[in-house]
Design a protein around this ligand. Structure first.
Ligand code: GLU
Length: 485
């Protein structure tokens, strides 16, 4: 590669960072880091009706959360008006563009007519060859001209680094507008000017922009400047192979963050959508991804966005993390759930680590801790209905639990350990002529409200004697009340 690698991500701030855009951002970031190049953030906010300041902030926050640090920017297209004006002048003087005086109403009427007649919707070339007199007449009417590219006959080609040599007949491209009547550039024009001005070496973006690329190549030619290299990435599809639209389901990075996904899992997962390291690896650290990432390994066919795989991957990352780090990450989730305060977590850090230790194998998303671990923090839970039928509804259940509660109550708190309480339960089971499981199942239900979960004697030790006794008694009351009904 001769020129230094400079790539960019160019989101429009109409919404939060979309996962599809994040994926393109990740590929650009990996490409920049792999090649020792620069990664640039550009905010494409030329459309004031679809650009929101809070989304500019949100997009940057999501990028930081994903660890996609940028080396330059953010550049804002809305602040680059003068640059576009200079280039508009240059285009106008190049002879490759012409002034178009057609009003939006006239164009809309022509489009409608073409639609009715089932003709392709194209600009009809009304202003392509205006005489000076025509122009003067329009000017006198007070019309403001837009600037259209005069597309030559023939075809346009470029070599895509993913899709190979691509050709499009110019007849399909239409004399499109580069600068609107109010002077604002269109997306294609602003994009070309910015990519050129920012010395972008590779434009890596979604394959929905391939048609734009032909138009952009024509603009580069009209301006007499060298285009960058282009690489288009296939777009994500939902599991049923529908394109993930911006509207359905969880589509923004922030939603995934709120669901309890880890940024490293999302980066890993999105990097592997449509790209592979060329071996069987699936869990890859950021450094490994940087090391392995090349455009040659992008698969041109559309990948499937498999949510279950993402959840699996998230679980793998959770298990790879130290318990201490996991607790740090779980802290905001637990606080937000209202189950526990930050102060409580911080002052009971060692106990919290043991709680997390019992759950870490069982959770896939950070938020799973709320459902699966709530009983560690609150007595207010109900008993799983099926479990209650099975373990509380049998004759002698209340008596067994009363005995267990009494025995637990008699243990000095220093002996109220996993080992001590298990030995006690087994002894009691033997005395009662029951199997240990016949006591363990109702004990778990009484302590957690659930029929599955971490090892029950871990829970017993972590809850401590008084809570265990109180919950057993509560279960006994519950059983007696249900018996009366
Ligand atoms: N603002 C465009 C988008 O969000 C950027 C396209 C490009 O990368 O050129 O799709």
């Amino acid at each position: 590669m001769t020129s230094p690698v400079r790539v960019r991500i160019a989101p429009s701030p109409s919404g939060h960072l979309h996962v599809g855009t994040a994926r393109i951002g990740i590929c650009n970031w990996l490409f920049a880091r792999h090649n020792g190049g620069k990664f640039i953030l550009r905010i494409e906010d030329t459309d004031p009706e679809r650009s929101f300041a809070e989304m500019v902030t949100s997009i940057q926050e999501s990028m930081k959360w994903l660890g996609l640090n940028w080396d330059e920017g953010p550049y804002f297209q809305s602040q680059r008006g003068e640059i576009y004006t200079q280039w508009t002048e240059r285009l106008r003087n190049s002879g490759h563009a012409y002034l178009c005086y057609c009003t939006p109403e006239e164009l809309a009427a022509k489009r409608e007519k073409a639609q009715q007649e089932k003709q392709p919707i194209r600009y009809d070339g009304n202003c392509r060859n205006l005489s000076d007199a025509d122009r003067a007449r329009y000017e006198a009417e007070g019309r403001k001209p837009a600037l259209r590219l005069r597309i030559p006959d023939g075809e346009t080609r470029y070599t895509d680094l993913v899709y190979g040599d691509l050709t499009r007949s110019n007849a399909e491209l239409d004399d499109f507008v580069c600068a609107r009547a109010d002077g604002r550039p269109t997306y294609n024009f602003a994009c070309v000017i910015d990519d050129h001005d920012m010395q972008i070496s590779h434009v890596i973006r979604g394959n929905d922009h391939i048609t734009n690329t032909f138009k952009q190549v024509l603009i580069y030619r009209a301006l007499g400047v060298e285009p960058p290299l282009f690489a288009h990435l296939p777009l994500n599809l939902g599991k049923d192979r529908r394109k993930i639209s911006k509207r359905e389901g969880a589509t923004s990075v922030i939603e995934y963050q709120q669901m309890g996904f880890l940024p490293e899992a999302i980066v890993n997962f999105l990097a592997l959508l449509g790209w592979s390291p060329g071996d069987e690896r699936e869990i890859m650290t950021r450094d490994e991804l940087v090391d392995a990432f090349t455009l040659e390994r992008v698969n041109p066919s559309n990948p499937v966005f498999d949510m279950q795989k993402l959840e699996w991957m998230n679980g793998e990352y959770i298990r790879k993390m130290s318990t201490n780090e996991l607790l740090e990450r779980l802290t905001p989730v637990l606080m937000e759930s209202g189950l526990v305060t930050r102060l409580h977590i911080q002052t009971n850090w060692a106990w919290m680590l043991r709680v997390v230790e019992t759950l870490r194998e069982r959770i896939r998303l950070l938020n799973d801790i709320v459902e699966q671990g709530a009983f560690y923090f609150t007595d207010k839970f109900s008993y799983e209905e099926k479990g209650a039928k099975k373990y509380f509804n049998r004759p002698g259940a209340a008596e067994d639990l009363t005995l267990l509660s009494n025995e637990f109550g008699k243990l000095p708190s220093s002996d109220f350990t996993k080992v001590g309480t298990e030995a006690l339960l087994r002894k009691l089971a033997e005395q009662l002529g029951r199997s240990p499981a016949e006591l363990i199942h109702p004990l778990r239900l009484a302590l957690t409200g659930m029929t599955t979960g971490p090892g029950v004697f871990d829970i017993v030790e972590l809850l401590g004697r008084d809570k265990c006794v109180a919950r057993l008694q509560h279960a006994v009351d519950f059983i007696r009340k249900s018996d009366q009904q």
